[in-house]
Each structure stands twice: as C-alpha cells, then as structure tokens.
Design a protein around this ligand. Structure first.
Ligand SMILES: *Cc1c(COP(=O)(O)O)cnc(C)c1O
Length: 390
C-alpha cells in the first residue's frame, strides 16, 4: 500500500493533469464553456455518464483543483466552490431546507448569516432558534421535530467562544440532524470538523484560505449525497467561483500551513502581551489558559488561530481612541490577511445591534478584534503598545 499523503503535501501536489505544454504550476482555464467531440460525447456528458466540463457555471478545471485540495485537507468526500463565503452558506441552506424546516444555530454567527436567519429565511417559512453555548445542557431541549440543521462557527466572531464539536456531533447524530460548521476562523489546518461529527463544512475562502486579501471565495465540503444537492442548487442558481479566483485560491493553499504557523505564533505572543497590560481589562484567545473553553480548544484545534479579542479600558470612547492611535495596522472590515487588522465591533460591524444584543454575544463597548498578520511580531506589538499608551 502506498503512504497516504500528508496535509501539506495534498495542499501542493493535489493538482489537475498537466497540459501538453508541461507547465509546473497548473494552467488557468479562463473559459466560459467547453467543446465536445461529437453528438454522442455531448449527450453522454450531459447525461453525466462521463465526467466532463460543460460550462463554467457547473464546473471548471481550476475550481476542481481548488475543491479537491479542500476536500483532502478537511477529510471530506466531496465539495463545491462558490463566489464568496456567503454564497456557500446560502446555497447550503437553500439546497437542503424546505418551507417549514427549522434551523438551530449558535447565537454568535457572522453578521450576514444572522441576516439570512432573521430577514430572509422567515419569508420562506424557515425559522431559526439560537442556542447559547454556555448553556450546553439546554441545547437538546431546543430541538424540534422539524429541526434539520444545527449550525455553528467555532471559534466565533468576534467573541472567540469555542464550541465543543464532538458534543454537537453526538447530539446531532442522536436526533438525525445535520451538523454544519463554518470553519472560517480555524481553516482545515487548525481543525477538521468532520472528524468530530460534522456532516458539512463551509468556508469563506476570502479570509485565511487566500490569506493575502486578494479575492473573494467560498467552499462547502462534506458527504457526497449532500454536496450533490448543493451542487445542483448552485449549478442552477449561479453563485459559482470564477476560474481566476480558484487559481489564486489553489495557489494560496500551497502556503496555508506555513502562513498559519506564523499567524498563530504571532497571535499567541500578542495575546500574552495584552494579558499583562494595565490598559486592558480582559483578553480572549483560544490557546490562553485563561480562556473559558481552553480545554475544548486544545482538544479540537492544533493551534489558537490568528484572531485576538480584548477589551480596552474606557468603553466606546476607549475603543475609538485606540483605533485612532493605531499607526501601522489597518482599520479594515476584513480578517485573515498578511496585514494586521484592528476593528472596534461596537462602533462598526455590530453597531446596529442594541446594547442588550451586543451583550448577549459578548461584544462589550471596549472590545477590540485584532486579526494578527505576518509582519514581524516586534512591529505588531510596538503599534498596539503605543496605541494603548497614548
Ligand atoms: C467573512 C465570513 C463569512 C462570509 O464570507 P464572504 O467571503 O465575505 O462572503 C462567513 N463566515 C465567517 C465566519 C466569516 O468571517
């Protein structure tokens, strides 16, 4: 038996076949459609009797390479690539749910996902109930006869709560519910939700998977029968990834492990620096021993990720002046870039939430989220330090 290839190797060597030119890096197939040899070839391709590219809304060699890599890295059966993380998330729900179905979701989810649950899905008679992970015992009582999907992100944004995926996996199996995990903050390098019982994993590839702030992308991977439904939904509704972006993202994956090692090393150093700082009330980082779910984090994650959240003293004004004092780091809505990015959720991404709603998801007035980049750690710490000591 040949040796099973390791994660880093799959990220590099899982390549589509070379063309006659013998290119080392995969070629970019910027084409909207593909041609057939004859009527029979065309018939058989449409009948799916052979695996052939027909039209780039359905499939494209570059998308196939990107998806094959993520499938291998997540330990999944199959997958499909999307134009953005939200396209992947919407298509997953759209393909698998019907009117009258119910979603049970962790309370702290990405803003646009929250909008799907509260603004759009009710129009199609799909209801969502939120559970609070700190009340794990109560989750089972929220399951209804029509609950189809349990949905969660871990670690969460921006509160960095860590959810026990093994616990959720067992609960879903017991009740015949699909477990869908948004693995954007961890990437398959740090955690593989399928190992813990997830049926499907969705990603915003825009974040750490690209990791260089260049393109939008998304992907869903998991069980073949479920991905088949998601693929058919996407093929007909049109949110597929462009071949240019898949080419970029496939190249990005080649360096995912080395980038993440440095991201996590820098983030832990920043978390430890902030923990001792007198201008800081509290620091959240999954691999700090002070994290409330530290034991779960080390059980399911390889390292702590690149996001650090902390509370500066002085409430809303403290948060705003910290941002105004920043010199090098970027003030931006993105995360998972080579560049360190700071945000103040209470005055930006989560400003539309009421004080009460913010409190429920752990966003205090002085909460700062830092997406730690790949600059030299001494320069990152210097910038944060001078902004705190201003
Ligand atoms: C950014 C993000 C998304 C949405 O991804 P886009 O690529 O921006 O559509 C979904 N989930 C999480 C956790 C994210 O951070």
């Amino acid at each position: 038996m040949t040796k099973k290839r390791e994660f880093e190797t799959e990220a590099i060597r899982n390549q589509i076949p070379r063309s006659d030119y013998g290119e080392h890096t995969s070629a970019m197939y910027v084409t909207s459609s593909f041609v057939f040899d004859d009527a029979e070839d065309m018939r058989a391709s449409f009948a799916e009797e052979k695996e052939k590219n027909i039209y780039s809304r359905f499939s494209n060699p570059n998308n196939t390479e990107f998806v094959n890599k993520i499938v291998a890295m997540e330990g999944a059966e199959s997958g499909y690539a999307f134009a953005s993380g939200m396209a992947a998330i919407f298509s997953t729900f759209g393909a698998l749910l019907s009117s009258g179905d119910h979603i049970l979701s962790a309370r702290s989810v990405f803003g646009s996902t929250h909008s799907l649950f509260t603004k759009y899905f009710p129009k199609w008679n799909i209801e969502t109930t939120y559970f609070n992970i700190s009340e794990a015992d109560s989750i089972e009582s929220l399951i209804q006869p029509n609950t189809k999907i349990l949905y969660a992100e871990t670690p969460t944004n921006p509160g960095l709560e860590v959810l026990d995926m093994e616990f959720l996996g067992k609960l879903c199996k017991k009740h015949g519910i699909l477990l869908v995990i948004d693995n954007c903050f961890a990437t398959p390098y740090l955690q593989q939700p399928i190992k813990f019982g997830a049926d499907l994993v969705v990603h915003s590839a825009t974040k750490l998977i690209d990791g260089q702030g260049r393109v939008l992308g998304g992907v869903a991977v998991g069980k073949t029968d479920l991905i088949r439904e998601i693929y058919l939904f996407a093929r007909n509704t049109g949110p597929s990834l462009s071949p240019f972006n898949s080419w970029i993202l496939s190249k990005s994956l080649e360096t995912l492990s080395v980038r993440l090692d440095r991201h996590c090393e820098n983030a832990l150093a920043v978390a430890e620096f902030l923990e001792d700082h007198q201008q800081v009330n509290a620091v959240r980082y999954p691999f700090l021993k002070s994290h409330p779910q530290y034991d779960i984090a080390v059980k399911q994650m390889k390292k702590g990720g690149n996001i650090v959240a902390f509370e500066v003293k002085g409430g809303i004004e403290g948060g705003r002046s910290f941002l105004n004092n920043i010199k090098m780091c970027s003030l931006s809505a993105n995360l998972g870039d080579t560049r360190t990015i700071v945000t103040h959720p209470a005055s930006s991404t989560h400003s539309k939430l009421s004080l009460e709603e913010r409190k429920i998801v752990g966003i205090t007035d002085g909460l700062i989220r830092v997406s730690i980049g790949l600059e030299n750690i001494s320069d990152i710490v210097e910038d944060l330090s001078q902004a705190l000591n201003y």
